[in-house]
Design a binder for this molecule. Sequence first.
Ligand SMILES: [Zn+2]
Ligand SMILES: [Zn+2]
Length: 322
Amino acid sequence: MRPSRLILSTGFAVLLSLAFLLTRTDAQPNTIKQIAPGVWFREGDLEHEGHCNNIIIEMKDYLIVVDANFPSGARAAMADAKRVSSKPVKYVFDTHHHGDHAYGNAVWTQAGAMTIAYQGVADEMKRYEPARWKASEKERKDVADMKQPGPQPPQQTFTDSPHVITDGTRRVEFRFFGWAHTRGDGFVYLPQEKVLCTGDAVANGPYNFTGDGNIGNWPKVVAGALKLNVEHVLPGHGPAGGREVLVGQRAFMLELHNAVQAAIKSGKKMNDLVKSENGKQLAQLQLPDNVKNWVGPSLPDQIKDAYNEITNKKPAGDLPHQ
Ligand SMILES: [Zn+2]
Ligand SMILES: [Zn+2]
């Protein structure tokens, strides 16, 4: 059991990320920003609450919200949705199964919304739950207070990409490009507004959790997203940005994979790549400056996952883990 990994997987990158986050000047947690007419980006409070970001999309008669968040994040996003529009939330799209994106599902469905996700999200939940929910209950009051045996799965799933919702005023495409952060990674694309909501397949900052991931395939997934006509990238964590967020995210995973692969070829072992000192893990690999936005406290774990992936010839998320 690797408790720190489990904690990270449920969104509590808190302690590890704290030192870095305090140096970030562009983080604006709990703020809501209009990206295009009827499209709002809400930056979640990752540092204190473990929350993900949310996107609110206004349709003719209703709202679509991207990501359910943790239960407390769901309530915060719901309050902000009410602030920007009087229309009801009809759909909540889970970008993937992690607690900080999907554990609030029941909060939304109790309020009358329908949760929807790519089929892979429901499959991942079956794979990892309810073990992670039960671990999360011990860490988080909002999860314990739900008094559920496990997370509520998405009520509606799709397998064809894109899955389109349109009402004549706006076209919303739910898309799947393959396995990057999880086997279920769903994107939300607004072709007219050139907006792409990425979940955690693309982060704007050092927030890539690779334990359930496929590092070798990750750049291909982001390359798929890069084929779209995108101006606004709304990530699962970190501030909103433009295409450069996609380009940087793709480069980070390529650089990580290539650096670890080269080290293995030169005869290095795991202990050469990550050293332990006073209970702290220290990465012995340097990644180039152009990806430094993605390099942070998770680098030692990311190196280990890449090492295991390459030496076992299997995606990190396919190797035994909690
Ligand atoms: Zn995640
Ligand atoms: Zn997340």
